[in-house]
Design a protein around this ligand. Structure first.
Ligand code: GRF
Length: 202
């Protein structure tokens, strides 16, 4: 399978997906790393590793317009899956519905708990014993959609949201590639391909 990864920042999850894909029997390859921020650190890493990149600032653009440009780059790269990895943009419902079942996101909480931002601080304030991360299929609602995998991470005495976030990241890096591998190894969906071909013809 060919995967486009969309990032806005550091790109450590993107790096984890990329290096996991270098294993000979990995069922996916990264064909594009795209970003809404040309300064995103992960872009430089992707370039250095020989992966195509695409960056387009969203400032001054309508959401639908920016999404369309992103999607065009993804399609041009030949991707059949999209992995959001710290992509800090809400995608338009049209974009999301076209990629239904083929677009994943990683979120730093044990969903359905703590959608949105500041997940670790919220888990700590609530007195939870564990924080964690989830990989889910992207649907129109933010951080919603079927959860495909989760890893709980213990909250330690003396943790700050930052120390906890650092530990959750270790878990994210393991979980994301494993879940993506599982998803792309599912039986081929002819319905999805037919829809996609229809969308391309427009
Ligand atoms: C991760 O914690 C991810 O769960 C969240 O944004 C962060 C991205 O980190 N959606 P990185 O850019 O992958 O290092």
């Amino acid at each position: 399978a060919k995967v486009a990864v969309l990032i806005s920042g550091t790109g450590s999850n993107m790096a984890a997906l990329l290096y996991a894909s270098r294993r000979e029997d990995c069922p996916y390859e990264i064909v594009l790393v795209g970003s809404n921020d040309p300064a995103a650190k992960g872009l430089k890493l992707a370039e250095a590793e020989g992966v195509a990149t695409f960056a387009l600032p969203h400032k001054g653009m309508k959401r639908a317009e920016h999404d369309a440009a992103m999607e065009a780059a993804v399609l041009k790269a030949g991707a059949d899956y999209i992995a959001l990895a710290g992509y800090m943009r809400i995608l338009s419902p049209e974009f999301v519905s076209r990629w239904e079942g083929h677009m994943l996101n990683i979120h730093p909480s044990l969903l359905p708990k703590y959608k949105g931002l500041d997940t670790h601080a919220r888990a700590m304030e609530a007195g939870d014993s564990h924080a964690g991360c989830s990989v889910h299929l992207v649907t129109a609602e933010l951080d919603d959609g079927p959860v495909l995998g989760q890893t709980p991470v213990a909250i330690l005495p003396g943790d700050t949201p930052e120390t906890l976030a650092g530990r959750v990241l270790y878990a994210e890096h393991q979980l994301y590639s494993r879940t993506l591998e599982d998803l792309v190894s599912r039986p081929f969906s002819a319905d999805w391909l037919l829809e996609k071909v229809g969308a391309l013809a427009l």
